[in-house]
Design a protein around this ligand. Sequence first.
Ligand code: ADP
Ligand code: ZN
Length: 345
Amino acid sequence: MEKIHIRYSSGAVDHYFGPAFDRLLSLCDWENLFIITDKNISRLYRKQLERYRVIEIEPGEMFKNQQTADKVILSLIELGADRQSFIIGLGGGVVTDLTGYVASIYKRGVKFGFVPTSLLAMVDAAMGGKNGVDVGLYKNMVGTFRHPDWIIIDPFFLHTLPDEEWSNGFAEIIKHAVIHDEFHFAELESFELTEFKKQKDLINSMIHRSVSIKTGITSNDEFEKGERKLLNFGHTIGHAIENKYNLSHGHAISIGMVAEALLSTRMAGLSQQDFERLEQLLEKFNLPVNFNFDVDDIWKLLLADKKIEGDEISIVLLKSIGEPMIRNVPLRELRTSLQQLNANK
Ligand code: ADP
Ligand code: ZN
């Protein structure tokens, strides 16, 4: 099992790549351990979880809210969790976001670790120290900045992952490549999804690379003053359509990336050829590249975006694949790209 130590100004995180459950006991005192997971994972991994105290939540983004957090907190109280307890979030991004949030507020904060089980959580959600829940249609509106002590990335869990969740994970992998690494992007272009599913070494090395892009960016700029904003590529428009239309995160940001790349062709000189490469790569991983939505509805949600100042929005654009930039763009341009996307079918 490989260990990588990532230093953040607010704490350090050990990343372990390899078998998870075997190592749990050596990483923490299991008598004072609580595992938060969702009902899908607890059903699939019943045997592995037998000996632990497990708190289950309902699966799905719609349960990533304060009500679920309160339920988990009540269970922790009933089970006698104290300030010395250690909490593990075992699951997809919903579980890790909520666990990090609960652990950082329970009794003013207890230690925690993550075992991401979805591809998306392995390459994205579990890293970077952002925890939180949604409020109504507003994603991650409430939360904390706090890192887990460790993250175990064990690709073993992927053998039960549904097809759609593979695609969702690849949406973030593609995002990391398109904002950081043209070579990584070209590598993704050269393989099929089925090859990643079948070849362990291939998926392991893709996960490794994607994790190092994310940890590299987040450890340089923990509190999103500069570089970290690049990770929002596709997310301004993606988040707005995600909850409104009940789309999965990967699908929503895939559409968001296409919309923001369209804007980039007009505002940042992204070539038509690079735009089409991005569209084709997303499609190859079974991700949507257009969507029929109500521009006015999405517009209302976008206007609540934290990145709006006056009549401009700060947004990530692409000059080319692997070369992003952050620009203040007039809101009317953003609206035009929404209209174009709607017409792009
Ligand atoms: P994310 O896509 O952010 O990781 P979720 O936490 O909602 O979001 O996970 C997506 C879905 O995948 C959930 O229904 C979850 O129960 C399921 N899931 C996560 N990991 C696995 C796994 N290893 N095997 C089967 N289903 C999984
Ligand atoms: Zn995302």
